[in-house]
Design a protein around this ligand. Structure first.
Ligand code: NAD
Length: 494
């Protein structure tokens, strides 16, 4: 692993952790219980800061603030243009604080600093600007009904949105959630992931300067089983949006059903096929397949985690994929040039190592990697398996780590059948120089996104979401607005 840096001496980030409390009704406040929990540095497992731990009582306080802001406050009542200007100011402020936010994000998650600073925080800014642009373009229709009526539809905000986010892209997914909800005029209680509370709290401190009225966006740090579950069960929450594991997604649907049937948007796990046809540009496919899996330490819901390669090019592809993994720069995420940092925590580290053992035990060939990198923290060597079969656990489960599984196929019908045999349906990559082949595959795959001759290309405009057990609903783009709007029909006799 080319430039192993001294992991024993982690680089000290030059940013302070100034905000550790809950953010309710425009104020940083202690949790009702007075409890805190540590947020840890994945490079070492050491404590970065102690964070106020929200539970049911804090969720009650935050929902009450969001309800008041919705029922009585200026946010849903101001003109859409005013709302748009506040979102634009928030985007400007995040842009101004780009480097501090990126540093906190890297410290809390272990992702390379360059990725946080040059890709993710700019994408947050882009997304908020995109939805700011939508605020005053949301409108209903007039409908030619069969009768002497004037029929119009009004698109109204749903009310108080409960939002729960994961640790792999903390601020990016935060923006996917708050952007459309705020543009539509809703108020929010958002729970961050317990592993990564820092970047959202930093942004909380910018909300007042942006002009967001108090109570419109409340941010609770805390655990899923306590704060998260209370938010999902709350009778005064009108909508839920969740990103995380499929198992938790099921719990969230259940909690909604057992309380007030609030509608739920789910963005869940995946086991995305990456299909390399015999006529693909092999070097590009190797590089993109590598990034599709290893980007963000393999901790992406849409990771291309089943690399299907046509038998005619399999051997060449495998040699090149292995060589690329051996060149991957693993090290301190604050060091420039690092491509891969540590996994998020010991739980994920152990889970990934277990999958690696299961791959070996089930007869896949471990081409490279397969063990811890360094002695401290949660670094794992980029791992490549060949001779992977569809029925192996490593080809079926979401590993959420730097483990590439390479499988062989013979013809297109077969690869479509195998790619679609997953319980997931989030995304797919298709590599072919024949546009007919690429389009045929794109139509046949039962997934929410198909990238042709590319992978992981995201933009605020492009809808994202899953088929099957990868989720319900779409986020981003114009489709993302639908999650946060009620449609009211108004009928007047002519
Ligand atoms: P998780 O689904 O348990 O956690 C995601 C969020 O849900 C966190 O904010 C968590 O506090 C909250 N949560 C957990 N239990 C809850 C409950 N009962 N009610 C309400 N909220 C609850 O995910 P995890 O344990 O952090 O990671 C486990 C696996 O999930 C990973 O290995 C990976 O496969 C998957 N994952 C997927 C994504 C994604 O983007 N789709 C993101 C993170 C994790």
């Amino acid at each position: 692993y080319s430039t192993a840096v001294a992991l024993e001496e982690p680089i000290k980030p030059t940013v302070n952790v100034d905000h550790t409390k809950l953010f309710i009704n425009g104020q940083f406040v202690d949790s009702a219980s007075g409890k805190t929990f540590p947020t840890l540095d994945p490079r070492t497992g050491e404590v970065i800061a102690h964070i106020a731990e929200g539970d049911a009582e804090d969720i009650n306080r935050a929902v009450a603030a969001a309800r008041k802001a919705f029922d009585e406050g200026p946010w849903p009542r101001m003109t859409a243009y005013e709302r748009s200007k506040i979102l634009l100011r928030l985007a400007d402020l995040i842009e101004k604080h780009n480097d501090q936010i990126a540093m906190l994000e890297t410290w809390d998650t272990g992702k390379p600093y360059a990725q946080a600073a040059k890709i993710e925080v700019p994408m947050v800014v882009r997304l908020l600007r995109y939805y700011a642009g939508w605020a005053d373009k949301i409108h209903g229709m007039t409908i030619p009904a069969d009768g002497p009526y004037h029929v119009q539809t009004l698109h109204e905000p749903i009310g108080v949105a409960g939002q729960i986010i994961p640790w792999n892209f903390p601020l990016l997914i935060f923006s996917w959630k708050i952007g459309p909800a705020l543009a539509c005029g809703n108020t929010i209680v958002l729970k961050t992931a317990e592993q990564t509370p820092l970047s959202a709290l930093y942004v909380a401190n910018l909300l007042q300067e942006a002009g967001l009225p108090e109570g419109v966006l409340n941010i609770i740090s805390g655990f899923g089983a306590t704060a998260g579950a209370s938010l999902c069960s709350h009778m005064d929450v009108d909508k839920l949006a969740f990103t995380g594991s499929t198992e938790t997604g099921k719990t969230i649907l259940e909690l909604s059903a057992k309380s007030n049937l609030k509608p739920v948007t789910l963005e869940l796990g995946g086991k995305s096929p990456f299909i390399v046809c015999e006529d693909a540009d092999i070097d590009t496919a190797v590089e993109q397949a590598h990034l599709a899996l290893f980007f963000n330490q393999g901790q992406c819901c849409c990771a291309g985690s089943r690399t299907y390669v046509h038998e005619k090019i399999y051997d060449e592809f495998l040699e090149k994929a292995k060589a690329r993994s051996l060149k991957r720069v693993v090290g301190d995420p604050f060091k420039s040039g690092t491509e891969q940092g540590p996994q998020i925590d010991s739980k994920q580290f152990d889970k990934i190592m277990k999958y690696i053992r299961s791959g070996v035990d089930s007869g896949a060939t471990l081409e490279t990697g397969g063990e811890q990198f360094g002695k401290k923290g949660y670094y794992i060597k980029p791992t490549v398996f060949s001779n992977v079969k569809d029925d192996m656990l490593i080809a079926q489960d979401e590993i959420f780590g730097p483990v590439q599984s390479i499988l062989k196929f013979k013809d297109l019908d077969e690869v479509v059948r195998r790619a679609n045999s997953s319980r997931y349906g989030l995304a797919a990559g298709v590599f072919s120089q024949n546009i007919d082949t690429a389009n045929t595959l794109a139509r046949a795959l039962r997934v929410g996104t198909v990238w042709i001759n590319c992978f992981d290309r995201f933009d605020a405009t492009i809808p994202f979401g899953g088929y099957k057990m990868s989720g319900q609903g779409r986020e981003k783009g114009e489709y993302g607005l639908r999650n946060y709007l009620q449609v009211k029909a108004v009928v007047t006799p002519l």
